[in-house]
Design a protein around this ligand. Sequence first.
Ligand SMILES: Nc1ncnc2c1ncn2[C@@H]1O[C@H](COP(=O)(O)OP(=O)(O)OP(=O)(O)O)[C@@H](O)[C@H]1O
Ligand SMILES: [Mg+2]
Length: 228
Amino acid sequence: MTPAGPVLAATGLHKTYGPTPALADAGLSVQPGEIVAVMGPSGSGKSTLLHCLAGIVRPDAGSVRYGPHELTTMTDARRSALRRTDFGFVFQFGRLVPELTCLENVALPLRLGGLRRRAAEDRALEWLDRLEAADVRGKRPGEISGGQGQRVAVARALVTTPRVVFADEPTGALDSLNGERVMGLLSRAARDTRAAVVLVTHDARVAAYSDREVVVRDGRTRDLAGVA
Ligand SMILES: Nc1ncnc2c1ncn2[C@@H]1O[C@H](COP(=O)(O)OP(=O)(O)OP(=O)(O)O)[C@@H](O)[C@H]1O
Ligand SMILES: [Mg+2]
């Protein structure tokens, strides 16, 4: 197999909030279909790195390349459009829309992309089923458990078959059994669709689902397996 280029490549990232440097020369490369775990102490810059990679936060300096696109110089409108079509997101507390049912939550990214309701909900139900959460399709986020909510959130992140999924402590609010279940389903779904995953976690058991671990310390990245 010839190795393809990275799907995402960030170099020389700097980001400062007031007097606090959140990122100081951080970088990260992700291959297509690769699951990378980003670890490190609280406040070390993991979420900031994730947000820069996903084009949510613009770094003060440095480059984030997604295929032929340079995210750091793209207009906000183009970056949001790209995020919607090519990226998926899972956060620590799901961030589902409380007024919508779980099915409507999962269908939402497809509806925003212009798909008609029926087609969007059919595909959303397939994804809820894959994440073993079809039984909560008619419930609202306030009526389901944390583990169910995270499985719905993973379904919503993957329903558009994104090239890259960003997950910030996706199991941080779950007990270890539910955490492992969510990770098992997330990693399998990502492998099935060949999505790359950038996964922020404190938990070594969660990181064990990754292909590679990167450590962030004081805003700097270090690849555990490779050269420093
Ligand atoms: N929006 C913001 N405004 C001001 N300071 C921020 C902001 N976001 C992050 N910071 C600061 O930047 C540094 C890195 O924060 P970041 O959220 O990236 O850390 P983290 O590694 O994700 O931590 P945790 O594990 O606690 O989530 C911290 O010192 C934090 O206080
Ligand atoms: Mg964080």
